[in-house]
Design a protein around this ligand. Structure first.
Ligand code: FAD
Length: 500
């Protein structure tokens, strides 16, 4: 194995994965080390195009407001650059209405939580471009090794000292037809940002450490997405439309505008309700969700892409935040740390917030220092864990506040209190309602509806769910049957075997 010597006395960081979390981690490190090397197994495409290393990029990717704020703090001006690249800012429920089990949400002008709607290749391309420009004006040298794969860590159970890498066969690397040679990149800090397929647990074992405990909560959701171009105003309502699944009808779809006059239609369903990826099956599926509006749009659009599917949507939490769970010199960010059920649209925001936390830790503690990973992660991790567990997003194994409700009950209490507070605030505030616009068919469109609604086939009848699982709806076309399985919770390492 060839060893690559680091220039004498230089402090070098290596980031594994040049996706969103990786490029933002590199930004966080600027000014704190002499050089950063980003190792990316793909070659980046020219322009804003899809690449294999981020397969989920074919699907709807909405960037939430908290993540956008973190991104703006890390890379000022990125919001503007997104808009210049064609991104749309949607303020729900003004620009994105949701059909709930109780009916269409009212549209009103609420501008605190704008989210960004654009395709994922644009997000990654804009961020990459801005990171490279920012690095060019920094004292830190940034090098990106494309078509290069990280295959392991160097060091021992207590400390990571570098990354073993090799050029990718067929990736245009330096190896030609021969077996790619491995080399080592030495580093004072290694950041794993290699996404949902991160091999960190296996690499831990090679270093003689136990793998971090992993919990999996799998709702069994699958996505199918197609890019569409409206053929006229009827295919381009003046808002995005979201018809999520609900217990009576566990299939849904979202239709949102993205760049260049195109729209993304993403359909989703739990086990037994997975959306098909053939043209006809996909179109038929949209007729079986909880409202006919989206299906009615399909006669007013042309397909721009095939239908792409995605099934690996489980929540996976690796407990790197537990005391002692990371060796010295190692940090894990983005999906490599935690993947989330995509219906909540949190993953990119978590990647941005993680990179911002890394930068704040470096800024506040005087840069790279012994104990940075373990100390920073343990403190930050403990805070995050307390918040997650006591907001009821996950039931704690042991309630640390005896006498007070935990987990789902506490979550329910919180929800009720939050809803009551919001209702009180709404009542005390004059509401800026949008003017109602004439719509062709009040039965088939949201009540405050799009300016141009499709003439839906079911227009004459009141809008009824066609969902096969909805007892209030009519039977689904094609004799679809319901076999919805309950969500699955898996813990893949026993509590005592982990490092927590
Ligand atoms: C269907 C779907 C829809 C989603 N929708 C949303 C949404 O609406 N909003 C939202 O915020 N999030 C969404 N997410 C989550 C979002 O995609 C991820 O959270 C986000 O991509 C995480 O960024 P990352 O950089 O950690 O990982 P990735 O974007 O996956 O990047 C990982 C990078 O590492 C590289 N890599 C991997 N292994 C190696 C290796 N060994 N060596 C070198 N390089 C390597 C890959 O090529 C890739 O470039 C969705 C996810 C899915 C699955």
């Amino acid at each position: 194995m060839e060893e690559t010597a680091e220039a004498a006395g230089e402090r070098h960081a290596v980031v594994i994965g040049g996706g969103l979390a990786g490029m933002l981690a590199a930004t966080a490190l600027l000014g704190h080390v002499d050089a950063v090397t980003v190792v990316e197994r793909d070659r980046y495409p020219t322009g804003h195009a899809f690449r294999k290393g981020v397969p989920q990029a074919r699907h709807l990717h909405v960037f939430l407001s908290g993540g956008l704020r973190a991104l703006e703090e890390l890379l000022p001006g990125t919001g503007r650059a997104f808009t210049d690249a064609g991104a749309r800012t949607l303020y729900p429920p003004r620009d994105l209405v949701t059909r709930t089990v109780l009916g269409w949400q009212h549209r009103f002008d609420e501008r605190r939580h704008g989210c960004l709607s654009v395709t994922r290749p644009v997000i990654d391309g804009v961020v990459r471009d801005r990171v490279l420009r920012t690095a060019a004006g920094s004292a830190t040298r940034l090098e990106v090794l494309e078509a290069t794969e990280a295959v392991g860590l160097t060091g021992d159970a207590g400390r990571v000292t570098g990354v073993r890498v090799r050029a990718r066969k067929g990736g245009g690397g330096r190896t030609g037809g021969a077996a790619p040679a491995e080399r080592t990149l030495h580093a004072a800090l290694v950041v794993d940002a290699s996404g949902r397929t991160s091999k960190a647990p296996q690499w831990y074992t090679e270093l003689g450490r136990p793998a971090p405990r992993q919990e999996t909560v799998d709702a069994g959701i699958a996505y199918a997405t197609r890019m569409l171009r409206p053929t006229g105003p009827a295919g381009a309502p003046d808002m995005g439309v979201n018809v999520p699944g609900w217990p009576g009808c566990p299939r849904g779809a979202v239709y949102v505008p993205v760049e260049d006059g195109t729209w993304l239609l993403t359909a989703a369903g739990v086990r037994g309700h997975h959306p098909p990826t053939d043209d006809q099956g996909f179109a038929d599926f949209t007729a079986t969700i909880g409202d006919p509006y989206i299906h009615g749009l399909l006669s007013h659009v042309d397909p721009v892409s095939p239908v792409y599917g995605f099934r690996d949507t489980a929540n996976r939490r690796r407990h790197f935040e537990r005391p002692g769970a990371v060796p010295e010199g190692f940090v894990v960010l983005g999906d490599a740390n935690c993947t989330f059920n995509p219906v909540y649209g949190q993953g990119m925001s978590v990647a941005a917030l993680g990179a911002l936390a890394l930068r704040r830790t470096l800024d506040s503690g005087g840069g790279l220092r012994p104990g940075l990973s373990a100390g920073g992660t343990a403190r930050g991790g403990a805070r995050l864990r307390r918040r997650l567990e006591h907001r009821g997003r996950r039931r704690p194994a042991v309630c640390r506040r005896p006498g007070r409700p935990c987990g789902p009950r506490r979550a329910a209490d919180l929800l009720v209190r939050t809803a009551a507070r919001a209702a009180r605030r709404r009542r005390s505030r004059p509401r800026r309602r949008l003017p109602r616009r004439p719509v062709p068919d009040r039965a088939a469109v949201p009540p405050d509806g799009p300016a141009h609604g499709p003439a839906h086939p079911a227009a004459a009848a009141p809008a009824r769910s066609q969902c096969p699982a909805d007892r209030r709806g009519t039977a689904g076309p094609g004799g679809l049957t319901v076999s919805g399985a309950p969500p699955v919770l898996r813990v893949t390492a026993p509590r005592s075997a982990g490092t927590d």
